[in-house]
Write a protein that binds this ligand. Structure first.
Ligand code: PAN
Ligand code: ZN
Length: 184
């Protein structure tokens, strides 16, 4: 191997697995998501230790202009009829946008402005999502396999979960073989 050439980390496009660099994994379990799903009785009946999603982030420098790369693996599942989803957040630095790429599985990216206007983008392998500044975002897995999505965001963006205490204005449920979008 030529010592002048650095071998960067790798993402396996088919699975979203990251390798070849320092990785930090955060697992979010059902127990970590009180008040997130519409049916709190169904949430209480679930296995609190069940992993809803794992986020792997490559260790990288932090600071003005520096970027993070991470993959979210959002597992397939439901609480009642509501599909598994991430907690969702605004960035603490509201002006910071983010890029998501769909890698595997099928789902939706829920986007919501500070004014409460919401829309959904279809996430599939190869989809590219340019999340604008001042926009909250949440992934929803509407399929039967893990939804994996690569994200690139500013290391100074931060996460503001509290601002969404009232929740998003759209929810997505299984209905027969399809899905139903409900407006709160
Ligand atoms: C993503 C999210 C990840 C988990 O890396 O942090 O999908 O979602 P929650 O942070 O809402 O639990 C991202 O958007 N970073 O900014
Ligand atoms: Zn984000």
């Amino acid at each position: 191997m030529n010592p002048d050439i650095f071998l960067p980390p790798q993402v396996a496009w088919a699975t979203g697995a990251l390798a070849g660099g320092p990785l930090i994994r955060k697992t979010t379990r059902l127990a970590d998501l009180p008040g997130i799903f519409a049916n709190s009785e169904a949430w209480k009946c679930g296995d609190p230790q069940q992993s809803v999603y794992d986020v792997d982030v490559l260790g990288s420098p932090v600071g003005e202009g520096a970027l993070f790369v991470g993959v979210t693996h959002l597992h397939a599942g439901r609480v009642g009829d509501e599909f598994f989803m991430t907690r969702g957040h605004f960035h603490a630095r509201r002006e910071q946008g983010e890029i998501y790429f769909g890698l595997r599985g099928v789902g939706l990216l829920l986007l919501q402005t500070e004014a409460g206007d919401a829309r959904l983008e279809q996430v599939t392998a190869g989809s590219v999502h340019n999340i604008p500044p001042f926009t909250a975002h949440r992934l929803i897995n509407t399929g039967s396999e893990t939804l994996s999505s690569l994200a690139v965001w500013s290391s100074i963006a931060g996460h503001d979960y509290a601002a969404l205490a009232e929740g998003f204005v759209l929810r997505v449920f299984a209905a027969g073989q399809g899905i139903e979008v409900r407006h709160d």
